[in-house]
Write a protein that binds this ligand. Structure first.
Ligand code: CP
Length: 347
């Protein structure tokens, strides 16, 4: 295992600078390709640790991490909580439903309150795009975006990339990145922060990314992000090495975007029959939560050797450990990293 806090010396990282010179993790769109690779490489040590019976280290002992979730979550909240605890930090969860947000407190006042408690890192999920960046501007510690509206979900994209790299490497099909891989992302692209972060991450890592949705759920901006749009799922699947399914984000829909879930499943649901249109060994991914029988059938979601959905959950803990470790290095005085400025204005 690599020593905690020691920047990897792989030649692909730029010489003469820190491999990850950011205070916060707000979105994949703010990262360079080598910074994404750096976080993926850092996560490997935690994948190994998490598979042992003794899973705890003291890298973050004495630090306080606040998970402030203003929107529901199972995977992301638990994963960040487990990640912080396995690194030895004190982890506190703030749920909006039981907080003073319910009494009319503004987001900025909540941020100032969390800051006054001298948290060492704050993990935030919020229903509004841009809300996490707003909080990051008001606090003194690193802020990690756990999903903001339909904007970004950077740790989801990073854990997806880590999962995929592991699965492809196990088959001898991947090196550091995804050059030569065709990845189809199908579902409610318009409202999905997971889609946006994944398009940015996977294209940065060399994949040929196709996005597929009904016209009303496919924004034109995907082409500017380097993805190829499709309305026919059957056409998009031809030659696909990986199929990533997304649920309909009904909580973010204002109005009717599909005729019915049944009709949607008919055209865009991943069935065993439809999966046969992809490459014979194509992998299946889903960030969760899944709506079985709508965007994905149970016999596909649970397909042995092809579905890596539960592996995504496993990798989520390791990826979030890497992010918490890297982003708290300055506070911990890790050699080299404590030269970074203390103000919140750096990248
Ligand atoms: N993938 C994901 O963000 O799941 P949760 O909403 O359960 O955190």
């Amino acid at each position: 295992m690599a020593a905690t806090g020691t920047p990897s010396a792989a030649s692909r990282y730029p010489a003469g600078g820190l491999a990850f010179p950011h205070r916060d993790l707000l979105g994949i769109g703010r990262l360079e390709r080598h910074e994404i690779l750096y976080l993926l490489d850092e996560a490997e040590q935690w994948v190994e640790l998490n598979r042992r019976s003794a899973k705890r280290v003291d890298a973050l002992t004495g630090l306080t991490i606040i998970n402030a979730f203003f929107e529901n979550s199972t995977r992301t909240l638990l994963s960040f909580e487990i990640a912080g605890k396995r690194l030895g930090a004190d982890v506190v969860n703030m749920h909006a439903a039981t907080s003073s947000v319910k009494k009319g407190e503004t987001l900025i006042d909540t941020a100032i309150t969390l800051n006054a408690m001298r948290a060492d890192a704050i993990v935030i999920r919020h229903a509004s795009s841009g809300a996490v960046a707003l909080i990051a501007d008001k606090v003194d510690c690193p802020v990690l975006n756990a999903g903001d509206g339909s904007h970004e979900h950077p740790t989801q994209a990073l854990l997806d990339a880590l999962t995929l790299r592991h699965a492809l490497r196990a088959r001898g099909q991947a090196g550091d990145d995804f050059t030569g891989q065709t990845i189809v992302i199908c579902g409610d692209i318009l409202h999905s922060r997971v889609a946006r972060s994944n398009i940015l991450c996977l294209t940065a890592l060399g994949a040929n990314v196709r996005v597929c949705a009904p016209p009303a759920l496919l924004p034109a901006a995907v082409e500017a992000m380097g993805a190829t749009p499709f309305h026919s799922f059957d056409t998009a699947l031809a030659g696909a090495d990986v199929v990533m399914m997304l649920r309909l984000q009904t909580e973010r829909m204002a109005g009717q975007f599909i005729p019915s879930p049944r009709e949607y499943h008919h055209l865009y649901g991943l069935t065993l029959k439809r999966l046969k249109l992809a490459e014979p060994d194509a992998l299946v991914m889903h960030p969760g939560p899944m709506n079985r029988g709508v965007e994905i059938d149970s016999d596909v979601a649970d397909l042995l050797d092809r579905s890596i959905i539960t592996r995504q959950v496993e990798m989520g803990v390791a990826m979030r450990m890497a992010c918490l470790d890297v982003l708290t290095r300055r506070q911990r005085g890790v050699e080299g990293w404590n030269d970074l400025p203390t103000s919140g204005k750096w990248p």
